[in-house]
Design a protein around this ligand. Sequence first.
Ligand SMILES: NC(=O)c1ccc[n+]([C@@H]2O[C@H](COP(=O)([O-])OP(=O)(O)OC[C@H]3O[C@@H](n4cnc5c(N)ncnc54)[C@H](OP(=O)(O)O)[C@@H]3O)[C@@H](O)[C@H]2O)c1
Length: 215
Amino acid sequence: MATIGFIGSGHIGSQLARLAVANGYDVVMSNSRGPETLAALVKELGPKARAATAVEAAQAGDMVVVTVPLKNYRAVPVLPLAGKVVMDTNNYYPQRDGHIGELDDESTTTAELLQAHLPKSKVVKAFNHIYAADLTAHGQPAQSRDRRALVIAGNDEGAKAAVARLIDQFGFDVVDAGPLAEGWRIQRDTPGYGPRRTAAELRRDLAAAKRYAEK
Ligand SMILES: NC(=O)c1ccc[n+]([C@@H]2O[C@H](COP(=O)([O-])OP(=O)(O)OC[C@H]3O[C@@H](n4cnc5c(N)ncnc54)[C@H](OP(=O)(O)O)[C@@H]3O)[C@@H](O)[C@H]2O)c1
């Protein structure tokens, strides 16, 4: 079984780590304040978890989740993530993140910003539109009726396939929105952002999404 590294161990990071451990993965957790501040989480997660620095979590992960406030994306270590699949859960909230010109004018998207920061990594946008608590509450086995679906977007088909397998293991169907540039279709304030949706419903929501400037 593989190791999943976490850059960020807050609401989303801790929930994804719970799913990862439950599905047999090892996890290496990190945050901004240092491994010692993650002792309670690591204790809860059990022997398959350890805490480390962000650089160590990036090095240790066969796949790595970046789940930090977007304003901090430039602090994500670059070199240890080269060649790796990096899952990006981040969303843009100007009141939290400050204004980012390329996002305000919609000339790029959040996951494209991370991809530009990590040019040798394979960034896949994932887990950005589900509330943290729902991650461990809404998963169901494959083929369940009305199974909830989650969106991915990415420029590398192999990386997307790997993330899709993980999402299926975690209990959700997968809808591929296309390349990272299409990730805006599931950004904050789009129809699919937040509510429980099946794959068919999510596809409809992606098609109906509007850019901020069109609203
Ligand atoms: N909450 C949700 O339901 C939800 C759902 C989908 C997507 N998202 C998105 O996912 C991202 C994370 O959300 P969240 O709710 O999990 O945030 P959160 O609870 O505030 O957790 C953020 C985590 O990132 C860590 N962090 C901050 N700067 C870092 C750095 N430079 N290096 C390493 N770790 C760093 C924080 O560590 P410290 O505590 O030590 O600073 C904390 O562990 C956000 O972009 C958010 O918009 C959230």
